[in-house]
Design a binder for this molecule. Sequence first.
Ligand code: MN
Length: 746
Amino acid sequence: MTRTFVVPSDDEKKMILKEYRSLIKICRPNLKPGDEARIQKAFEIAMREHEGTRRKSGEPYILHPIEVARIAAEEIGLGATSVICALLHDVVEDTDFTAENIKKELGPKVSRIVEGLTKIKIIKGVTKNKTKDSVAHQAENLKKILLTLSEDVRVILVKIADRLHNMRTLKSMPERKQVRISAETLYIYSPMAHRLGLYAIKTELEDLCLKYMIPETYKEIATKLAQTKRDRDRFIRDFINPLKEKLTDKGIKNFEIFGRSKSINSIFNKIKNKNVEFEEIADLFAIRIVVDVPPEQEKEDCWKIYSLVSDQYRPIVERLRDWISNPKSNGYESLHTTVMGPGGKLVEVQIRSKRMDEIAEKGVAAHWKYKGGKASGNALDNWLERVREALQNQDADAVDFVNDFKHNLYEKDLYVFTPKGDLRTIRGGSTVIDFAFDIHSEVGRKCIGAKIKNKLQPISHKLSNGDQIEIITSKKQKPSKDWLEFAVTSKARTRIKADLKAEKRIIADDGKLIFERKMKSLKEEITRDLIDQIVTFYKQGDALTFFYNIATKQFNVAELKKLSIIGGKIQNIVDRKQNASKTEEEPAQEYEVNTDVDLQIFGGLDNVDYHIAPCCSPKQGDSVFGFITIASGIKIHRQSCPNAKDMKTRYPYRVVKTKWASESKDVSFLTGLRITGIDDVGLVNRLTGVVSRELGVNMRSISFDTVDGVFEGNIAVYVNSTKELNNLIKGLKALDGVHEVRKYST
Ligand code: MN
């Protein structure tokens, strides 16, 4: 960050002191004796060290740490130590003051947290300029952040406060930086805030990201929200008034009832994902009832209020969500119900105690505050425990780990039961095999299926909430490669991979013998270097894979005869290399011609994972759509199928566009992929190369945008099977510079 040195004017000094005093005022109720003096000391150090420096906006730099401290105290509810760390958070990185100095002045705890905060930045600095292996790097980065997190959550909380203030003041940054910082916030910080239960902050961060990344859309939604506010407010008033009366009549005291609008970002997501207009969104707001009662009475009162609400408005029973008996893993507790309001409009009502509300809005810190109270759930502690456990798992490769973690950030947890009735939490999307490994790795290895609801289910069976699972094992069972296609937890995946690797090694030993015999017959001397050359020449990945492929006859050793080796060096390499670089240099225009191919030829392709739906049995030429079923791949229905409307309205996300290929009965699905990554020369070439050359997938359109090195592309492709799609995604993900490949509905 470039900063200019200008000593603050008298007015500015006054302003700084005023800001500091207001910070102290906020902190005071929670301070222990001596805390204020320590905060004062931290402030003086920060003041002295940042003296004369200014932010991009021109204001004195010290205002930033003061504001970060205020956010930490007021909006996250943190105590004195965090406030001190927030005041000092930029000191070690930006000035000559060291962590050692901080330790002397304010003790080891503060210096450790500030050091953690500094480390996060430094790791980031390394990755910024590195496009090679960037996925792995980012993953490694995130893993390190998480490691710090599990040591002391305060590091992350102060970091989030820091990020929030930077996002709030992003206006004064140049545009390309705005986009980059927003992208990073969306990638790491808002999911983190979500996981830590900092709902209000997560929402604000996402709205700010949208504001800087897609300004027109943001503005459009904000305007429409403002325009419709009057009508909404009137509706909320009409909805609330009779309820208020009723609750008071029935002796509920100390409650608040109000309407809350959806965030701009969540409205945006709805428009995008469900493909609807702003005007079509029914739930632009929710009603919240917050009751202030002692912990031992809160559950009873919430249910009492629920019953009064449903006396007044007819509830939609299936939409009742009881997060009080079963808190979410980020600590969220609340009772949600949807009722039929005036004019037949569906309205969500959230019922919770003041304690629950504070945890929902402020997350962890509030959670700690109430921890003494007996009503607090320990879901969050469980989660932190799991983070710690996962981090201690040294074998997990960082990418796998981060995928699992990021998935964890968004995906809802599943609550399932052991045969004895013990409740276990497992990542959403988990299958029988994940559950088996979660119980014990030996149970996982030997698992052949499970009994769920008196039915036998395969190891690939996806679990549902409330399942009681009895794992069935067999001594003869052992992990196989296809398990990786449905195992989703990093615990299961890591163990399976380790086992497979061990087995691969045993098989590879045979291959090595075959290789050595062949080389002997060719009178070539085997050196480590020569093996490496051969592996590279035949694109075998590594020696282990090479020997394994020989043993499994995927590589024919007769090929080796074709090599001309002189002095331990393969001579053919020159030709290959020339060929390779030639393909890379193909001009970009060639791919642009490909940007709107609408190919309809699908003859001779197999591996199609679809079935014709028996309910309407479409024939070739009918206009059709695909519907993803739980158990049997994709089912093809006529557009005019009697069930079509139901499927499309209830499960729009499971509908895939489908059309007949012209010459055969094969069908293909139009799928959109969104690719984000770090742009460098040739990324677009490599992407289109993978799609059209290597995988032979038919691309319909591609569009991409690069802003300050952050690449975002959308491609629409026709694929013939989910397998083909997965291969494509895998191929794209393997490219240097690609961060994430996601499906979106076209
Ligand atoms: Mn900062």
